[in-house]
Write a protein that binds this ligand. Structure first.
Ligand SMILES: COCC(O)(O)CCCCCNCCCN
Ligand SMILES: [Zn+2]
Length: 680
């Protein structure tokens, strides 16, 4: 499996600049690129990446998307004087030419294609291209919104042509709608285009009817264009995460792309004058992490917008750090999407219901009584959980990010330990080079030390000496995680429930306030959870007699079908939102002998939850299946997800179970909310 992260940056792309006074275009400055690159250097991230040179996109490559008239018009500007440049710029909405623009735009195209080649050739696993002019507004025959050539659209067509790809996902998290990209692919089922964008009921630029949630694609492309309009400003981390959990990720996993391209605009971040949103830089680490679980991690991130230099630079660094597989910083802010965001999420899910299996069973319905803007403003702003963001938003863009950084950034100490996964012993048969390099074996805790520790704290849990012996590996590994010597670990145990009970108590004793435990399989020991310091999600085969779900103890009856691909909706639509609502400091994944999930379901949980608790995950495995151990080790060590194959929608009764649990718990765990109808 490929590894390494490419970084493409060429100072030449800073030579495109505005020569006259234009208050609309004057935010697209060369310093956007240099400031981002300098911040990457400042965090020592450049040296950890694999440098890949930019190149000029060829005319042939540009003609994959654009008309020859458009290409010729752009080419002709190289020799123009300022007056002529100003005149031709006036032919377009919000675009400016400079004598270097054409050259820079070809470098931006070429940089995107170099990134695709680096990933598709296996030279790297993923990468980022810092380019300008950006691309997602430009159309076959027109420049628009600071964009001359559509870098990402050309990259997608290039990847289809050169590598024969048939399923490419484009995720556009820029705060503007990439209408250019939408027009290019709206009839093409091989390219799934997702965009969220400031919309305000068509008042915000480019103010198009076709930017709304009901533009689902045309002809064969129906269902492959996803628009998520934000009808209010001030959207924050929880709104963006909810959009991924309840809209993008289920579709993306069902689509099962061979390559993921990101139109990576950071004007959706806090402090940006265009977006006026509140999402903070670390959310881009989480969004990037989720996309790394697709397409075997083949991910190309290509810069679009982002006009607040500090916010842009911090967000670029969060993205690159995640591509390098560093542990993710905790998401800040209250985990509760606002009403307006939930309305938009509900509507786009309803609009796409006819096209996606995973949606078939969900009875999402359109929100016909769309609350008026005034209601939304009132309702959302009365959302008490937004006070810390309110503190930030009461000032203007620049000091909003400064205030955020001083409020939060110091807490976002980038987790020091590299992702290392420890295990007490590798099965003799395990061939060491199938395990990722980060794995290292630690020696057992010695017996008397173990006895001392267990008898002091956990004597009641350890009935017979045999369990004591096997507790060793769990506690040995757990101690290393608690002391931050490693990020994650795997312990084998013949009694997973006893080991987990001791591990939970040990973690709380160590001072952790919130420990999430996902227990897969039937178990007889269930630690008490009433103080909220433990949240247990128990995935078991059959109804647990007398055990009903409560806020901190959730029972999920799930017997996976043969090839285990029906668990997506449970993970994406339920486990992930609950886990993100809880914001644990440690995650324990326990797999009992009689597990009811396939290996892919367990790997999916690990892969997607790894963004939480700064990647501190302890896996306790009772099942002796070596394939399980290897898959868990690969998932913990940050290797991208195994291929899941065709998505199997869950049966009606499984979906009903999820919906029942969601309705029961969505007031406790607000990230579960994805429709207004369910009596919010
Ligand atoms: C890929 O381009 C990046 C971008 O989406 O950030 C470009 C935004 C153009 C914003 C143009 N505003 C025009 C306002 C007219 N009243
Ligand atoms: Zn933008």
């Amino acid at each position: 499996m490929a590894s390494g992260t490419a970084l493409i940056y060429d100072e030449a792309m800073t030579r495109h600049k505005l020569l006259w006074n234009d208050p609309i275009c004057d935010i697209e400055v060369p310093e956007r690129l240099s400031a981002s690159y300098e911040q990457l250097q400042c965090y020592h991230l450049v040296e950890r990446c694999i440098p890949v040179p930019a190149r000029e996109g060829s005319e042939e490559e540009i003609l994959l998307v654009h008309s020859s008239e458009h290409l010729e018009a752009a080419k002709s500007t190289q020799a123009m004087n300022e007056e002529e440049l100003k005149r031709i710029s006036g032919n377009y909405d919000s675009f400016f030419f400079h004598p270097n623009t054409y050259h820079c735009a070809r470098l931006a195209v070429g940089a995107a294609l170099q990134l695709v080649d680096s990933v598709m050739s296996g030279k790297v696993c993923n990468g980022m291209a810092l380019v300008r002019p950006p691309g997602h507004h430009s159309q076959r025959n027109a420049a628009n919104g600071f964009c001359l050539f559509n870098n990402v659209a050309i990259a997608a067509e290039y990847a289809k042509l050169k590598y024969g790809l048939q399923r490419i996902l484009i995720v556009d998290w820029d705060v503007h709608h990439g209408q250019g990209t939408q027009y290019i692919f709206e009839e093409d089922p091989s390219v799934l285009y997702f965009s969220w964008h400031r919309y305000e009921h068509q008042e915000f630029w480019p103010s198009l009817k076709e930017s709304d949630y009901d533009a689902v694609g045309l002809g064969k492309g129906k269902g492959f264009n996803i628009n998520l309009p934000w009808n209010k400003v001030g959207m924050g981390n929880s709104d963006y995460l909810a959009a991924f959990f309840h809209v993008l990720l289920p579709m993306a996993f069902e689509f099962d792309p061979e390559l993921v391209l990101v139109s990576s605009g950071y004007d959706s971040g806090i402090g940006d004058p265009e977006g006026q949103m509140n999402a903070t830089p670390e959310v881009f680490a989480h969004l990037t992490h989720f996309l790394m679980q697709l397409a075997h991690g083949k991910l190309c991130v290509i810069l679009e917008g982002g006009y607040h230099l500090r916010s842009l630079s911090e967000s670029v660094c969060m993205t690159v750090r995640t591509l390098l597989r560093d542990p993710l910083p905790q998401v800040t802010g209250e985990m509760a999407p606002c009403l307006s965001a939930i309305e938009s999420i509900q509507n786009v899910r309803a609009a796409h219901k006819p096209y996606w299996k995973w949606l078939t069973y969900e009875d999402t319905s359109f929100l016909h009584n769309l609350s008026t803007k005034s209601d939304l403003v009132k309702t959302a702003d009365t959302n008490p959980c937004r006070d810390d963001e309110a503190k930030i938003t009461d000032s203007n863009g620049t000091d909003r990010i400064e205030r955020f950084l001083e409020l939060h950034m110091k807490n976002i100490v980038f987790p020091v330990p590299p992702i290392k996964t420890a295990t007490t012993e590798l099965k003799a048969s395990a061939d060491p080079n199938t395990f990722p390099v980060h794995l290292h074996v630690v020696k057992e805790m010695d017996k008397n030390e173990l006895e001392a520790l267990v008898s002091d704290f956990h004597a009641d849990l350890v009935e017979a000496n045999k369990t004591l012996l096997f507790l060793g590996s769990t506690l040995t590994i757990l101690d290393k995680i608690l002391k931050k010597e490693v990020c994650s670990g795997i312990a084998e145990s013949p009694a997973a429930s006893a080991s987990v009970a001791v591990a939970l108590r040990h973690s709380l004793h160590f001072g952790f306030q919130r420990v999430l435990c996902i227990f897969v399989g039937d178990t007889d020991i269930m630690p008490s959870t009433e103080d909220g310091k433990i949240l247990i999600i128990h995935v078991c085969k059959k109804e647990q007699t007398g055990k009903s779900s409560s806020k901190h103890y959730v029972v999920l009856n799930w017997k996976e079908d043969a090839d285990g691909n029906d668990f997506f909706s449970a993970v994406l639509g339920f486990i992930l939102p609950v886990a993100y609502s809880y914001q644990p400091n440690l995650i324990i994944i326990a797999v009992g002998a009689n597990r009811s999930l396939g290996i892919s379901g367990i790997s999916l949980i690990i892969g997607l939850l790894q963004g939480l608790a700064e990647s501190r995950i302890l896996a306790v495995i009772e099942d002796t299946d070596i394939n399980l151990m290897q898959s868990v080790a690969k998932a913990l060590a940050g290797a991208s997800m195994p291929h899941f194959g065709v998505h199997v929608p869950p049966t009606q009764e499984k979906v009903n179970q999820i919906k029942k649990l969601r309705n029961q718990l969505q007031q406790d765990w607000k990230m579960l909310q994805c429709s207004v109808n369910d009596g919010i």
